[in-house]
Design a protein around this ligand. Structure first.
Ligand code: COS
Length: 395
């Protein structure tokens, strides 16, 4: 059983404690479906369907009138759900996470019509959502993106290429960021709602990764969009992307925490039961040192994640610094915790499809996606310096 003592922390309300138990039961019920599958597309759709039927994807969208569990996204619920699902399997976590991220621009910036068109279906697990930001030459440097949306009559024509798009190929709609040219760089981007069946949009390539999930490169060739496909205001695309990422970055940390807790539990069980040198493996101080480091890092990651989520839920206008710190620390720490677990498992840790071998593959991408560790450091340092300068100004 995963350690649940952190739920007593003051970051949570009783409703979170109840939800954490319920989602654990739901996740246990997924069984092998929670893991990457030979048919990841079908598995993902089925997980989304079940998440919807059980009411979990209601937490992925904002607005009770649009099928959401509440009027605001609750970052603590999203983090608890991701941590719990990731503990059971990377694909279950992935399927849940992408519903929230893909629908995030609509939840936070969409019109009522856009919300009515898509959020109830995302909440019910009937529509699959995707977030299309990265390009072949713009991943970390978002302001460099080149996909263009040109005004044509009342609407837009979209041209360009997106890559590393999670749910690419199975999504029902994409939140697409494109250059509309109001100003150079970050100030000239906008966000668009693009249905997957829009003529001119096609999957140019499916991308296979070490922890398989639906992932694709997309082409947009003269995709005609109506004026009401614009999400938020023209020129606000960069801020929309960053605001959505502010909410979801701490949830990436939470997924890493779920992987780390599972790795620590597997390693602990092994150390407690495996006999060597005439005693239990866990009696060896070098093994104890590994367990101590991992247990400490798991707790530290949990503190940072739930601090960031609590700050967001408590109404902080921006949690850029807190969510970047949580993502950076938790994903880097999880990599170390999983690696130590492999070491403690010995040969068993590299047996294909064993729990720890899966974790070893599952955890790696988290240090890259939704802002690589290096980008998080840039973001944290900028915020830190800005706070210092503000303090200087006020004396
Ligand atoms: N929330 C709201 N607004 C934000 C913001 C945030 N978190 N971060 C930046 N902005 C605003 C800034 O305030 C600025 O507006 P003003 O000039 O009006 O103040 C504007 O957006 C431009 O910001 P900035 O100058 O910081 O832009 P940069 O191009 O220098 O940003 C980084 C560089 C690296 C910080 C940014 O590109 C980034 O976060 N990249 C990683 C993106 C990512 O996660 N990629 C993975 C793809 S998604 S899977």
């Amino acid at each position: 059983m995963p350690d649940a003592s952190f739920l007593a922390w003051p970051f949570f309300e009783d409703r979170h404690r109840g939800l954490a138990q319920e989602i654990a039961r739901f996740a246990d019920g997924l069984g092998e479906l929670a893991h990457a599958h030979c048919d990841v597309d079908a598995a993902c759709r089925e997980i989304v369907r079940r998440l919807g039927a059980a009411g979990w994807t209601r937490h992925s969208v904002a607005g009770e009138a649009f099928g959401g569990a509440a009027d605001r996204l609750d970052a603590r619920t999203l983090c608890l759900a991701r941590e719990t699902l990731a503990y059971r399997g990377g694909l279950a976590d992935f399927a849940f996470a992408m519903q929230g991220l893909g629908a995030g621009p609509i939840s936070l910036f969409g019109t009522d019509d856009q919300k009515r068109a898509w959020l109830p279906r995302v909440a019910a697990g009937e529509a699959v959502a995707a977030f299309a930001l990265s390009e072949p030459e713009a991943g970390s440097d978002v302001a460099a993106l080149k996909t263009r949306a040109v005004l044509e009559g009342d609407g837009y024509a979209l041209d360009g290429e997106k890559t590393w798009i999670s749910n690419g190929g199975i999504a029902d709609f994409y939140s697409v960021f494109a250059r509309t040219g109001e100003a150079p760089g970050a100030k000239g981007l906008s966000c668009f709602l693009v249905p997957a069946d829009a003529p001119g949009l096609r999957v140019a390539e499916r991308i296979e990764t070490s922890a398989p999930h639906p992932l694709a490169r997309l082409r947009f060739d003269n995709v005609k969009l109506p004026a009401d496909a614009l999400i938020g205001a023209r020129g606000e695309g960069f801020k929309i992307a960053m605001s959505v990422l502010d909410v979801f970055r701490s949830t990436v940390g939470a997924a890493a925490l779920g992987f780390a807790r599972r790795a620590l539990d597997e390693a602990t069980a092994r150390a407690a039961t495996r006999k060597l040198f005439g005693g239990a493996m866990g009696d060896l101080q070098m093994v104890q040192a590994m367990l101590a480091d991992s247990a400490t890092e798991v707790d530290a990651a949990a503190l940072m994640i739930y601090r960031a989520a609590w700050a967001k839920d408590a109404g902080a206008p921006r949690v850029t610094r807190e969510s970047s710190m949580a993502k950076l620390y938790a994903t880097e720490a999880a990599q170390r915790v999983v690696d130590r677990a492999v070491q403690i498992m010995g040969g068993h840790g590299v047996v294909r499809e064993s729990p720890v071998e899966r974790l070893y593959r599952d955890v790696r991408a988290l240090r890259i996606y939704e802002g690589a560790s290096e980008v998080q450091k840039v973001v944290i340092a900028r915020q830190h310096l800005m706070e210092f300068q503000k303090g200087e100004g006020t004396g």
